[in-house]
Design a protein around this ligand. Structure first.
Ligand SMILES: NC(=O)c1ccc[n+]([C@@H]2O[C@H](COP(=O)([O-])OP(=O)(O)OC[C@H]3O[C@@H](n4cnc5c(N)ncnc54)[C@H](OP(=O)(O)O)[C@@H]3O)[C@@H](O)[C@H]2O)c1
Length: 326
């Protein structure tokens, strides 16, 4: 699979990575065996970047990654996140001591001395401009607890703020056919700064596979049920903030534009080809989904007609719901 340099980290990573929120929780149940199979399938298919977080299943996703890697000789780049264990969830909790404790816990969960990458996990907005936070992260780079750090953001504005800090090596942002705002300013700014970009929620939580219809329901412990209106966290993380019925109708049009290509892979190819993107990190709950997603790396670029048709779908159906919000 095509590998790209992840900003200035010195690592090359696959254009299709694997998001592992599903292997922790909040997406209905994924048992230990299925999680191990998903991880093995991704690595066997050439995926070299895994995205996880300390809070996915309260550490379960990180621990499953550690267990999967014990049996393998290859070492993917593992990007984790810190900061959502803050309780209460406020900027004052982002002390050097708390950051250190969260990061040390991830090192234990993942079974490594040095974490490849720690991303601030969509913290309260004030954190992105708090130099004490970056100083604490710089100190952990210096003592070898982490090799690099970056940020995961909800909004373009947060990403632009983070880019002002020279120690930030990566930005993770929602980018997909239904979330185009980062194309305008954030991706060009990241490219100019030599900062890697991890594109998350690339399938709009599954909408962009075209497999749901208006009657589709989700398990009670699936955020697509319990966070439909932002009850638990930022509503932009669930279906990219697009109302479900609106997204289902728009996804039907996307599937038609994809033609013979599988809709999920087609939607991922769109993300991969956006200038500034390093890697796209679709989440997968099954081996079949992993295979469907890595197939994006082999698809040809979209045609000009497909690109303009997708833009029309966005303008007509999606833009009003999301564009000025994130
Ligand atoms: N704040 C943050 O930093 C943050 C927030 C959100 C996500 N993330 C990261 O980004 C990753 C990706 O985002 P996401 O998982 O939220 O959303 P996503 O990748 O847009 O959607 C994942 C869902 O799409 C469906 N799917 C995936 N591949 C498929 C395929 N080939 N065919 C059919 N269906 C497929 C599955 O839905 P079903 O479950 O219905 O099968 C899967 O659960 C996460 O795993 C996580 O690592 C980070």
């Amino acid at each position: 699979m095509e590998q790209r340099p992840l900003g200035r980290t010195g690592a090359d990573v696959s254009v299709v990575g694997l998001g592992t929120w599903q292997l922790g929780g909040d997406w209905g149940d994924v048992d230990d065996d299925s999680a191990a199979e998903v991880l093995d399938a991704a690595l066997d298919a050439g995926v070299t970047l895994l995205d996880t977080a300390d809070v996915y299943g309260d550490g379960r996703s990180e621990e499953r990654i550690r267990r999967a890697l014990v049996a393998r000789s290859d070492r993917p780049f593992v990007a984790t996140k810190a900061g959502r264990r803050a309780d209460p969830f406020e900027a004052a909790q982002y002390t050097p001591e708390n950051l250190r404790a969260w990061i040390d816990r991830s090192r234990r969960n993942l079974g490594v001395e040095t974490l490849d990458l720690v991303q601030l996990h969509c913290p309260p907005p004030a954190v992105y401009s708090d130099h004490r936070v970056y100083d604490a992260l710089d100190a952990m780079v210096a003592d070898g607890a982490i090799a690099a750090y970056g940020v995961s953001v909800e909004t373009v504005a947060e990403g632009l703020t983070a880019l002002e800090h020279p120690g930030v090596q990566t930005i993770q942002v929602i980018l997909n056919v239904f979330r185009r705002k980062p194309l305008e300013e954030l991706l060009p700014a990241a490219a100019k700064a030599g900062v890697g970009v991890l594109a998350r929620v690339p399938l709009a939580s599954g909408l962009l596979t075209g497999k749901y219809d208006e009657s589709t329901t989700f398990a009670p412990d699936d955020h697509r049920n319990f966070n439909r209106n932002g009850e638990a966290f930022d509503v932009g993380e669930t279906f990219s903030g697009v109302p479900f019925e609106v997204g289902v109708a728009a996804a039907r049009e996307v599937a038609a534009i994809a033609g013979d290509a599988p809709t999920a892979a087609f939607a991922l190819r769109w993300v991969i080809d956006q200038p500034g993107v390093t890697t796209v990190i679709p989440g997968a709950r099954t081996v079949e989904q992993v295979h469907g997603n890595v197939a994006a790396a082999e698809l040809p670029p979209l045609t000009d007609a497909q690109l303009s048709d997708l833009e029309r779908v966005y303008d007509e159906r999606i833009r009003a719901h999301v564009h000025d919000r994130w």
